[in-house]
Every structure is written in structure tokens, then in C-alpha cells.
Design a protein around this ligand. Structure first.
Ligand code: PRX
Length: 675
């Protein structure tokens, strides 16, 4: 189908009228069998969780396996939190052994589907029961040990969506090694930055991975990165496609060789509740991406409980649920809601290797039908793409197994929410719009599906034990209905504890902007019913197709190009991606517009786009590059991004018809901004 505007499709197709005050109560048949079956049940448990969070979280923690119980639930000295103090726990044990050693041993833990179709027209499918996952995790944990990897060591993981990626995380968690997953779309420099920042001793990767019919050269990119990563002693390579890759004797090991030699038994290490579980890098306003550190006990408890209640998993009324979160494990959603949350709940988790539009636009719907998926969790950016691709792809499929839908990663516009409800959920499935962040580790605001009525576009109400507030810069609450900054007043179990190697930056970034609170970086509004409406970032962080990107990261990549003098990057609203990257660039004088032909400038734009993809990864590739003779700045030298955002969005500034590229206009604007 020819590409068309999402807005146009929606206005033609939606039967429902869209009103902001539209409310959808939980379907009675869903509520009747849900883990939390009514609004009253939600409200009384929420009230209890806020009146006494420590006993609420302790009760949740008691549902997990602990080698030794904690002596104190919370030790809080802003911004330093310790949860389940002195408790000894292992997440690998809670995800795997707890089920493998029970009557769930033969339940399917992971269903995996590869992207390519073979010559017989079928795709590759693998299923692992909890007992089989247990065996694989133990062997790979021993394989890591055989390389000398031990508790506290940092292990980078740069893989595609294979069962071995989940096994890698669980094996690290089993022995107390700290995993640092790097999304498979990042380029060699981005890998090297992350590996060096936390001094990883090993990288786990694979020969290639499949994406949209192409093979992504993971090992080759790792080899490029390894030219600048002296801390790495070992590379473990999973053979996924069998593509030829260079192996360096002594340093590089085939996954299957290590596992073949590994002892089958590896008991889970009793770890301290506050031992680090993983580092995950995410973009901020300034500097390079920061390595958020998540620890073990609190993260285990909150990912477990949010999955149980928000996705209604581990529900005895639905033992055959097949749960599919489409996120890549390279992002926090994959960590918490592909691996740790659902496996702790003993769920059957579907993992799909590739793209939603390969070989055609109905791949996701076919997967849902083929595997009888009951719970489906994806991103608004994917939903907007489905809408653009046309209803016929969805309508071809029954989708009758679905009972619950979720979204995450960016605000969802009410029109897309309605499309998701009507076309995918067939007006039968509740939608949980889940707000949270890499820093929060787990869901913070989301409807409990059997209990809380939903409103299209709102993440609705807080999870148990969570107290969000909308405040002014000074920390004063704003009245209902007014916009403000979203903060969290009290600590929560799965909060990131620090930024790796830079605790001061952690305090400054998150706990200093609004006095006494954790500042999320998001704007929000709370309505008269206590529902939260997220309004996007209020800082220089972009959200491009649900991926978080710092404007400064892209600017640094651009100025590293020899022809670029200065760069300023802003986000422009985009029908499909949410935000698109627009870069304003000034060139070194030998290349500026006066000195170069229009053809050469056009070629340079393409060159710079490619350059950013090569420096960071294609997710950062600018949609548009605009050359300018100067950037508008305040007298103190700060780039006036507001003006650039306006220009990128509307083409003009405040009705002014002259373009920003004209230096005189910039000068005039500078005067008016400062004066
Ligand atoms: O702006 C918010 C947006 O995504 C940011 C967090 O990005 P990241 O750390 O990459 O984690 C994404 C997955 C949890 C937030 O600051 N965001 C996330 N979920 C929502 C959202 N915005 C609106 N509604 C959501 N449900």
C-alpha cells in the first residue's frame, strides 16, 4: 500500500468519536478473572501501599525466593536507597530455578521465532521449557566462569534477539557478573564508549543477526570497537547464521565450544540485595550516555510485581498465557519485561528476532495467531507504523487469542490508542499505557487492567507504592489540570542506584533540580480524576521512534566531522517517529555556502547523515540537515534551542517569514530573546 498520512487514515477509519473525557471501564469478563479484579481492590491496596510502603513491598518480596531474608526493608538517605538490606537473593534463581524445580518444569519458558523463512516457507522456531532453560543457563554460567569471569566483572552483550541473549543475562545474573547490554543497532564507537566507561572484561556477541531480510554484522562491528577497548579479554560468539567471521585466537571463543565443555551444574550465587545486576546506558541532556546501575533485590521485587499486576501474569486463571513484549533486550523494556519480570512470574515469553514488516506488513499479526499470543506489549511508534501500513494487514488475522494490550516508550496520541483498541484489541482487550524510564527500572504509572478504567492517551494512575506528583520548578504542586514537571517523592525498589563511576552526576541529574524529589525530565498533567497525562520531555532529550537520544550526542558526532564547525540538534514532531532529528550545522569556512556549490552542499548533507549513523548508529541519523552561517545564541553562548525547534517545526519563527539561515535575523532574535 502506498504510504499515507497516519492522521488521514485515522480520520477516515475510526468509527468512534474521540473525546478527551472518554473512559473505558475494564471489560467485566476480564476483571472477573484478573489478579486485581476491581477498582475498589486497586484503591484499597494503593492506599495501604502508600500508608506503609515498606510493609507493602516486604509482602511482595516474600513471594520470591531469598537465600537469606532482609533485616530492614529500606534504608533511605536521599539520594541513596538500599532496599531489602542484608537480604541474599539471585534473580537467575527466581527466573529459572524456582520454576524448573517445581511443577512448572515442563512449561514453555521461551518461544522464539527467527526472522527468515526457509525454503519450505516456514520460519525457525525454538521452544525452551523452564527445565531446558535451567540447563542452558547453568552451562553458559559455567562457560563464563571457565573464562575467569566472576562476580562484579562487567560483561558487555551485543547480540540480536536470540534465546541465547536471555540466557546470557540470566547466566551473568547467576554468578553475579554485571551485564551491560548494548543495543545491536549501535555503531562501533558507541560500543567502545560504553565498554570503556565500565571497563568490561568480555563481550558476548554473535556472527550476524537478521533484520528486515538483511544480515547485521555484529561480530564485525565488535571487532572494530575492539581496536579501542583494552579492558576486553574475551569475546564469545554465538553462531546464529553461520556467516563467516574472523576469530582471533585466544581472545575469541565460539559459544557452542564453551558450552560443550561446560559442567552442567552451576548453583546460583547468593547475592546481596544491593549487588549490581546490570548497567544500561541511556542518553541524557549533557555528555556521553550514562551507565545507570540497577541492583538485585529491589529490582527483582518491582519487576516481578508490576508484571504480575499490570500484565496480569502469573494468574492462576490464565496458566496458558503467551506473553509477547516486542522490545529489543537492548533497551530497558527488554530487560524488565522480556526477561526479568515475566520469567519471575513463570510466564511463557515469546521472543521474535526481526522486523515487523518482514517479509510483509502482517508479520506481527501472523505471529500472534500462530503462537496464540494473549498479551501483547509494544510501542506507540510501532502502532503508528501499523496504521500507516493499512488496516487490511490486521484484518487478515483472527487475533482472537489476545486478551490484553500494552504500550510503552512515548506518549500515545488518543487516535492511535483508539485504533489499537478497535483494530488489534477488537474492542475486547484493555490497554495498559505504561509510563516508566530506564532510571525507574520498572513501571511507575499504568492502569491495573481489571481495575482501573482507561482514558485514551493517559497512563492513568500510579502503581502501588509509587507517589508521582506534578510540580513547579520549586517543587510546589500545581492544581489539577495544570501542566508541570513530573517528580517522584519517595524512593521505590527498582530505582537506579547510581550512574556507573559518577555518583555526583547521579545526584545532580536526578535529585537536585526539584528540591527533595526525583525529577523525571518529563512534563505531565494530572486531571481531576487523578489520571496522569504525559507530555514529553522538558529537557534536551529526544524520543525518536521510542528510542531515547541526547541532542548533545548527535551534536558531538556532527562536530567530529572535519567539515563541521558547529551543530545544534532539535526534535521536530513527526507523524511516524514521534520526533525526528533536525540538525542545524555551520560549516568550516572552506566549505560554507558561499564557498561551495549547491550540489556539493546537497552531497554534504547526505555525507553528514551517513556520518552520524556510522558514529552512533542509524537510530540517530538526522532526518534533515540545515546549513546556517551561524547559530542563534544568548550572550553567554547558549544555543537558543527554542527558536530552532520552532523553526524546525513550523519553518518560521513567531510568524517571521525570514529564515533563520539569515544571520541578521538571528541577531535580531537574539536581541529580542535577551532583551
Ligand atoms: O519521556 C518518557 C518516555 O520515555 C522516557 C524514558 O525513556 P527510556 O528511559 O528509554 O525508557 C523507555 C521505556 C520505559 C520517559 O522519560 N515514556 C516512556 N513511557 C511513556 C513515555 N511517555 C509517555 N507515555 C509513556 N507510557
Amino acid at each position: 500500500m502506498a504510504s499515507q498520512s497516519v492522521t488521514k487514515v485515522l480520520s477516515q477509519d475510526l468509527e468512534s468519536t474521540l473525546r478527551e473525557d472518554r473512559v473505558f471501564p475494564p471489560p467485566p469478563e476480564f476483571a472477573a478473572a484478573a489478579n486485581i479484579p476491581s477498582l475498589e481492590a486497586y484503591e484499597s491496596l494503593y492506599a495501604r501501599s502508600i500508608a506503609d510502603p515498606e510493609s507493602f513491598w516486604a509482602e511482595a518480596a516474600s513471594e520470591l525466593h531469598w537465600f537469606e531474608k532482609w533485616t530492614k526493608v529500606l534504608d533511605w538517605n536521599l539520594p541513596n536507597a538500599k532496599w531489602f538490606v542484608d537480604g541474599k537473593i539471585n534473580l537467575s534463581y527466581n527466573c529459572v530455578d524456582r520454576h524448573a524445580l517445581s511443577d512448572r518444569a515442563n512449561k514453555t519458558a521461551i518461544i522464539w521465532e527467527g526472522e527468515p523463512y526457509g525454503s519450505d516457507g516456514t520460519s525457525q522456531i525454538r521452544k525452551l521449557t523452564y527445565a531446558e532453560l535451567h540447563a542452558e543457563v547453568q552451562k553458559f554460567a559455567n562457560a563464563l566462569k571457565s573464562l575467569g569471569i566472576k562476580k562484579g566483572d562487567r560483561v558487555a552483550v551485543y547480540m540480536g534477539m536470540t534465546p541465547e541473549l536471555a540466557i546470557a543475562l540470566l547466566a551473568c545474573a547467576r554468578i553475579g557478573a554485571i551485564h551491560s547490554v548494548i543495543f545491536g543497532g549501535f555503531a562501533a564507537n558507541a560500543i567502545a564508549d560504553r565498554v570503556n566507561d565500565s571497563q568490561c572484561v568480555a563481550i558476548l556477541t554473535q556472527d550476524t543477526s537478521y533484520r528486515r531480510g538483511a544480515q547485521i554484522q555484529l561480530k564485525k562491528t565488535v571487532d572494530e570497537a575492539l581496536a579501542n577497548t583494552p579492558s576486553v579479554q574475551h569475546v564469545v560468539v554465538l553462531k546464529r547464521s553461520g556467516a563467516e567471521v574472523a576469530m582471533q585466537q585466544g581472545r575469541d571463543h565460539w559459544w557452542h565450544d564453551l558450552v560443550a565443555k561446560a559442567d552442567p551444574t552451576c548453583l546460583a550465587e547468593p547475592l546481596d540485595s544491593e549487588d549490581p545486576l546490570y548497567i544500561l546506558y541511556t542518553s541524557g541532556t549533557t555528555g556521553k550516555p550514562k551507565g545507570l546501575v540497577h541492583t538485585t533485590g529491589g529490582y527483582a521485587v518491582q519487576t516481578y510485581l508490576t508484571t504480575k499486576y499490570v500484565f496480569d501474569l502469573g494468574n492462576p486463571n490464565h496458566p496458558d498465557d503467551v506473553y509477547w513484549c516486542t522490545a529489543d533486550i537492548g533497551w530497558v523494556t527488554g530487560h524488565s519485561y522480556v526477561v526479568y519480570g515475566p520469567l519471575q512470574n513463570g510466564a511463557t515469553v515469546l521472543m521474535y528476532e526481526g522486523a515487523p514488516n518482514h517479509p510483509d506488513f502482517s508479520r506481527f499479526w501472523k505471529i500472534i495467531d500462530d503462537h496464540r499470543v494473549t498479551i501483547f506489549y509494544t510501542a506507540p511508534t510501532a502502532i503508528r507504523a501499523f496504521i500507516k501500513w493499512g488496516n487490511e494487514h490486521v484484518e487478515k488475522h483472527g487475533l482472537d487469542s489476545l486478551r490484553l494490550l500494552g504500550t510503552v516508550g512515548e506518549p500515545i496520541n488518543p487516535e492511535s490508542w483508539m485504533w489499537y483498541r478497535e483494530r488489534v484489541g477488537q474492542s475486547r482487550c484493555p490497554i495498559v499505557d505504561t509510563w516508566w524510564q530506564t532510571e525507574t527500572g520498572a513501571i511507575m504509572i499504568a492502569p491495573i487492567p481489571g481495575a482501573v478504567p482507561t482514558k485514551p492517551g493517559s497512563a492513568t494512575r500510579p502503581f502501588f507504592g509509587i507517589q508521582p506528583e506534578v510540580v513547579t520548578r520549586e517543587g510546589d504542586p500545581v492544581p489539577a489540570g495544570s501542566g508541570g514537571l513530573l517528580v517522584i517523592r519517595k524512593p521505590w525498589p527498582s530505582m537506579a542506584r547510581t550512574i556507573y563511576g559518577d555518583h555526583e552526576r547521579y545526584q545532580k541529574t536526578y535529585w537536585s533540580d526539584v528540591p527533595g524529589c526525583y525529577f523525571t525530565g518529563d512534563g505531565a498533567r494530572k486531571d481531576a480524576d487523578g489520571y496522569y497525562w504525559l507530555m514529553g520531555r522538558v529537557d534536551d532529550v529526544l524520543n525518536v521512534s521510542g528510542h531515547r537520544l541526547g541532542t548533545m550526542e548527535v551534536e558531538s558526532a556532527l562536530v567530529a566531522h572535519p567539515k563541521v564547525a558547529e551543530a545544534a540538534v532539535v526534535g521536530r514532531p513527526d507523524d511516524l517517529k514521534g520526533q525526528a532529528v533536525v540538525a542545524f550545522v555551520t560549516l568550516e569556512s572552506a566549505h560554507n555556502s558561499a564557498a561551495t556549490t549547491p550540489e556539493a552542499l546537497a552531497a554534504l548533507k547526505e555525507e553528514l547523515k551517513k556520518w552520524v549513523s556510522k558514529e552512533i548508529g542509524s537510530l540517530a541519523r538526522p532526518e534533515e540537515i540545515r546549513f546556517t552561517d551561524a547559530l542563534p545564541k544568548t550572550r553567554s553562548g547558549k544555543i537558543m534551542r527554542r527558536l530552532l525547534r520552532e523553526l524546525a517545526t513550523h519553518g518560521t519563527i513567531q510568524g517571521d517569514t525570514t529564515t533563520l539561515e539569515d544571520f541578521q535575523v538571528i541577531a535580531k532574535l537574539r536581541e529580542s530573546e535577551e532583551g
